[in-house]
Write a protein that binds this ligand. Sequence first.
Ligand code: URA
Length: 185
Amino acid sequence: MYNNWEELEEACKNCKKCKLCSNRTNVVIGTGNKNAKLMFIGEGPGADEDREGIPFVGKAGKLMNMAFQGIGINREEVYIANIVKCRPPANRNPEKDEADACLDYLRSQVMLVQPKIIVLLGSVALKNILGEEYGITASRGKWIEKKQIKYMPTWHPAALLRDENKKMDFWKDLKEVKKYMDSLM
Ligand code: URA
């Protein structure tokens, strides 16, 4: 675990703990407010994120930004990261050894940011953070509280691009998150 950002970022940039390091352009560590109450965890960088070194800047990210705007969540106020920090080839799901190798960095990020709420975007985030026993279809939209953090699993924004019907759920889940955020102020 890393207890300061400098060491964490340096370690990520030089990381060779798994095979994903061999094809990366950039390590995509995270973006946003390092003191955020609200954190989002996705799966892993795609081609756009790998090129820019910033999470959720591609198509899925643009859709997420639109939802943020509509609901009144300010992207600069939240912190966004992924399960793995390097792009899996052809956007496949991260493999277990890759996620396991990377998880220590994400845990350090959570410890440093100290969010009150974490939105888990899709099955990969849900299973790696809360456990294999959780399924996204059954869990989405329901709060799960662990160690004083409230988790909200929802669809991954890329799933909304494939299935329009999921958009309503996604909006509903983010509205619920926003409502709880506002109640904390
Ligand atoms: N999908 C993810 O899971 N993360 C990103 O950063 C971009 C797309």
